[in-house]
Write a protein that binds this ligand. Structure first.
Ligand code: PFF
Length: 449
């Protein structure tokens, strides 16, 4: 049990699985493949992996340091460590708002996924030709009632887990679902790799064409790595506050980043060989897994079974992530506004649903309602991943690297000197110089170019 009677994770494994559950999500299995498909295949993967190693892992360590040091939600953490200064508290509030925005659009796709589990269980996608599969997706997403219904169902499910608390809700669910997710994913990989023509998909995924790397590919890869690792808006600050004092924050961060990248790459190994084997288009965008894959499943033996497995996998991944999104907001409401956990879960769920309605309807009745040329859904996605998370991360590096005592950072990373801390000096260099500089350059060139 942590200070102030806060209940934290009960073991290192529990912490790793819960935080990896937050990181591994639709970002890995839905967003990563379509971003890779649209941004030059293997070249995107290369830039993405570089960002995870060079910036992602150090920034995750940074969030854990802030959270565990402060033993508090994201706003409380910046309040405590920032000496009560308003500008740092604002950074915490920025994180809670980002979580609200992400949760609002993320729950739309989570709802689609739940619907696809139901559809594939009922054999409703079976035997359809390509036009009919696209028709099912369009009919469903362009409607109002059913997409909102599934979105709400997903939000309610997440709210229920959060109401049960950190140990009995978040940690327990992650301990059960994460291993299931890995097993299902491996099963799908075997299926995909044994399709004839799989090699083309693998070379699309793994063979970089360096000519394809440009400013927008780099910004997209940066945004994807932040989105996927859930960094830059306080998710890992919140989870960091639940990690036991004796756990090793460096190892925990490396494990989570490895799990997260592995799932993204394995999702690519499932999707691209199948897409190429059946002559589909890898750059079809957000619809990739909902339109392209059902066609693929229809053309393979035991396709219905694999469709159920795949969408179940996606649902599990989405659920452990929506749990982490809601926890950012609920932990803030409980600790700063002194709400009861159950009340906070319910109120935040309803608030996100209200915000999320416009994201769901972005595919139907509000398709033509655009801001800066984008629907509300697209705008929330782009703003959070490509701007809010990198900007939040930049400000966080300035806070911990330049405005907070180095001895305290080192103390937290080495557990008060008990751990060797072999990489901490390299980490501190990245925190102070490399990460902020890289973030600044990429953000400016992404915005200007
Ligand atoms: N990392 C999650 C994914 O890849 O699906 C998305 C996410 C969850 C982003 C939680 C941010 C967050 F706080």
């Amino acid at each position: 049990m942590a200070e102030n009677n806060r209940l934290g994770f009960t073991s290192s494994l529990g912490a790793i699985l819960a935080a990896a559950g937050g990181a591994v999500g639709l970002g890995n299995i839905w967003r990563f493949p379509y971003m890779l498909g649209q941004n030059g295949g293997g070249a995107f993967l290369l830039v993405y992996v570089l960002f995870v190693l060079l910036i992602g892992i150090p920034l995750m360590m940074t969030e854990f340091v802030i959270g565990r040091r402060a033993q508090s939600n994201v706003v409380g953490a910046y309040k405590k460590l920032g000496g009560g200064k308003k500008r740092w508290m604002a950074l915490g509030v920025f994180g809670v708002l980002a979580a609200l925005m992400i949760y609002a659009f993320y729950s739309v796709v989570a709802g689609w996924t739940l619907n696809y589990v139901v559809l594939s269980c009922g054999g409703k996608l079976q035997g359809l030709d390509a036009a009919a599969v696209s028709g099912v997706f369009a009919d469903f997403t362009q409607g109002s009632f059913w997409p909102l219904f599934y979105q709400f169902l997903f939000l309610a499910l997440t709210g229920l887990v959060i109401t049960m608390g950190v140990q009995k809700g978040i940690e327990k669910v992650a301990k059960i679902l994460m291993p299931v997710l890995f097993i299902l994913l491996l099963l799908m990989c075997v299926r995909s790799l044994t399709l004839s023509g799989a090699a083309k998909g693998l070379s699309f995924l793994f063979k970089p064409d360096f000519g394809k790397i440009n400013g927008s590919v780099v910004l997209s890869a940066l945004g994807q790595s932040f989105f996927s690792l859930s960094i830059g808006m306080g998710a890992m600050v919140t989870y960091g506050s639940y990690i036991r004092k004796e756990d090793n924050l460096v190892k925990t961060s490396v494990w989570i980043a490895v799990c997260d990248s592995l799932v993204a790459i394995l999702a690519g190994v499932v999707i691209f060989p199948a897409v190429f084997a059946f002559g589909m288009n890898p750059s079809s965008g957000p619809e990739l897994v909902y339109i392209v894959l059902p066609n693929v499943f229809n053309s393979m033996p035991a396709g219905t079974l694999f469709a159920v497995v795949f969408f179940l996998l996606l649902t599990i991944a989405a659920l452990t992530s929506t749990i982490s999104l809601l926890e950012i907001i609920v932990a803030f409401a409980v600790e700063e506004l002194h709400w009861k956990r159950g009340t906070a879960s319910l109120a935040c769920t309803l608030l996100v649903f209200l915000l999320g309605i416009s994201c769901t309807l972005s595919f139907g009745p509000m398709k033509d309602f655009t801001l800066f040329g984008r629907t509300v859904f697209d705008l929330f996605d782009l703003l959070t991943a490509s701007y809010i998370m990198p900007i939040g991360a930049l400000l966080m590096t300035i806070f911990l690297g330049w405005c907070f005592p180095k001895v305290e950072v080192m103390d937290e990373l080495t557990n008060g000197g008990r751990l060797k801390g072999r990489f901490v000096n390299l980490y501190y260099f990245i925190l102070r110089y490399l990460a902020p500089l890289a973030l600044l350059v990429i953000l400016v060139s992404g915005i200007v170019g």
